[in-house]
Design a protein around this ligand. Structure first.
Ligand code: DX5
Ligand code: ZN
Length: 217
């Protein structure tokens, strides 16, 4: 099934709770939560107390994208704050296997994210441990950037790799996805779509519905 995961990074933080409820009512299945530490990526976004407080607003899947160095240090806290799915960057973990197991041991789903330039070969042995692979289609750190075109081939290559290894994991694509290119991303093999600017700019409800119309076809 295809799912939409709107990125809260593009939301209006002064009315965050209301916006989360709006996404839920419009039918978005996931909520994408970008946590940035100012070290792995240049910006700092928000963290645990914010996640804990919006947990009250929806039962939708909290898709927590950790753009932080050595995320293994904080897995318990993010699970306690309400994460359902925790994605860590392969580039940010000294011990990726240990980190994924720390996530799975807490009974939540585990994802691995790859920066645009990171080759798929880092997944060769770890793929069976992943519930999801997130391919970054921009350099992480900021919303509102342009989709990097070579991502489409990378999605196809990942899909093929998963088929060859009989792997059922989800493929999420994050960065610069809009109503204009989402079909291309789906056709390449992604099934979880992150969209920040394209959801929050203008009418949120209408934007979510437009995405879902394309995605449910
Ligand atoms: C980038 C974040 C993305 C970003 C997506 O570092 O991981 O989730 O907020 O925003 P848009 O859709 O505006 O590129
Ligand atoms: Zn993200």
């Amino acid at each position: 099934m295809n799912c939409l995961s709107p990125s809260l990074l593009a939301s209006d933080f002064s009315i965050l709770g209301e916006q989360v409820k709006m996404l839920d009512e419009a039918g978005a299945q996931y909520v994408h939560i970008d946590v940035m530490d100012g070290s792995f990526v240049p910006s700092i976004s928000f963290g645990l107390p914010v996640i804990k407080s919006i947990r009250k607003c929806t039962d939708r899947i909290f898709d927590v994208h950790l753009m932080i160095d050595e995320p293994v240090r904080y897995i318990d806290e993010f699970v306690d704050a309400g994460a359902d799915l925790i994605t860590v960057h392969a580039e940010a973990c000294k011990h990726l296997d240990r980190t994924l197991h720390a996530i799975k041991d807490r009974g939540v789903l585990a994802g691995v994210a790859l920066n645009p330039a990171t080759p798929l070969s880092v997944l060769d042995y770890i793929l069976p441990e992943c519930d999801m692979v997130l391919l970054m289609s921009v350099n992480p750190g900021f919303g509102g950037q342009k989709y990097i075109p070579y991502t489409t081939q990378k999605i196809r290559d990942l899909k093929k790799m998963m088929e060859e290894k009989h792997c059922q994991a989800d493929i999420e694509v994050d960065g610069g996805v809009s109503l204009n290119n989402v079909q291309e991303v789906l056709d390449a093999g992604a099934n979880i779509i992150v969209a920040g600017t394209a959801v929050f700019k203008g009418d949120i409800r209408e934007n979510v519905e437009s995405f879902l119309n394309i995605m449910e076809k």
